[in-house]
Design a protein around this ligand. Structure first.
Ligand code: PGA
Length: 335
């Protein structure tokens, strides 16, 4: 074939430009459906079109391509070689379009949206900062945060009030709830800076039984973890007072009322301030974790999914904050 002839042919019945001008996406969608279901009639039904419309569009596509696209084999239609080539290309085109659709929906989803977080008491030291950073990345998203106790969090989970929950552990709900750990939550023994045990190393846990303890309220995860450790070591606690807030407990320690076990997160902002110290008691820190939780029967929204990934990726940064709080205690009130 001479160069001129081949050039002329390309400009009539081949070449991307010719196909772009004469092929419609609808025709490609029809061809894909016919190859997949093996019948013009069933493809027409699937796409809510009449059979003559389908036949006419496929004829136009065959004219554009310059070759028949289907042949009848018994009761089925099968693609010819040309039909198969067009099918392969149109699968790729349709798949790209469908991915584009998802990507656009995702973009819209993160441009606007809402994220409601239910946060258990002590997680208030980690969740708001995380939410603040997330809101900075996605300014179009409205964020809301509810800090409450364990019983209320469980109620909120059952009545689907929030998108995600930040909890310690909710073993009693593990069949109904998915939990994804995202940060450590070390529980440490905190005393006033002038406590006689400050500076001693590897104090036996039994010694804690001689201290006046400031205990969180029943239902607190921090409280449960401490009582479990004491009971495993046959230590009977001497409870001076029960308080429903970590802040109140810190003030009570400074007031000389006793020692307490608190999440290290609750000490990050003030670090030590010179008035509190950590005691080096065997078995501590109790290594708990923060989890993001959601009902198993619920699909996460795109925003919630993105926050979950963001939280998991934030772990190294949260660990660094905890480490600098530990360091501040070592420097100001050496254990
Ligand atoms: P809190 O902490 O219940 O003691 O506030 C949550 C947890 O550690 O489970």
């Amino acid at each position: 074939m001479s160069e001129t002839t081949s050039h002329r042919r390309a400009s009539y019945h081949s070449g991307a430009d010719y196909l772009i001008r004469h092929t419609t996406l609808r025709q490609l969608q029809l061809l894909e459906a016919i190859v997949r279901v093996g019948s013009f009639t069933r493809a027409a039904e699937e796409l809510f079109l009449t059979q003559p419309t389908v036949s006419m569009q496929i004829k136009k596509l065959a004219d554009t391509v310059g070759a028949p696209l289907f042949r009848q084999v018994g009761r089925r239609v099968e693609p010819t070689d040309a039909g198969r080539e067009v099918y392969t290309a149109c699968r790729a085109i349709l798949e790209t379009l469908s991915n584009l659709d998802v990507a656009l929906a995702d973009l819209k989803g993160l441009k606007r949206g809402r994220l409601r977080l239910g946060v258990i008491t002590t997680a208030k030291y980690v969740a708001p900062e995380l939410l603040g950073e997330f809101a900075g990345l996605y300014p179009g998203i409205d964020v809301a945060l509810k800090v409450t106790n364990r019983d209320r969090i469980i109620e909120r989970i059952s009545s689907n009030e929030d998108d995600l929950y930040v909890v310690g552990s909710i073993e009693d709900l593990e069949n109904e709830v998915v939990t994804v750990p995202f940060a450590p939550n070390p529980l440490v023994v905190v005393a006033r800076a002038d406590h006689p045990l400050v500076g001693e190393r590897q104090i036996p846990v039994k010694r804690l039984g001689e201290e006046q303890l400031l205990l969180r309220e029943p239902g607190s995860g921090t409280r449960d973890a401490l009582l479990k450790l004491l009971s495993a070591n046959a230590v009977t606690p001497r409870v001076r007072m029960q308080l429903g807030s970590n802040e109140a407990i810190k003030h009570a320690i400074v007031g000389g009322l006793g020692v307490a076990v608190l999440s290290l997160h609750s000490l990050v902002l003030e670090s030590c301030g010179g008035r509190l110290a950590l005691l080096d008691i065997q078995g501590f820190p109790i290594e708990r974790r923060w989890n993001l939780a959601y009902p198993r029967n619920r699909d996460l929204s795109l925003v919630a999914k993105t926050f979950l990934e963001f939280a998991v990726e934030s772990e190294p940064r949260i660990c660094a904050q905890l480490e600098s709080a530990r360091e501040a205690f070592r420097t100001h009130c050496p254990v």
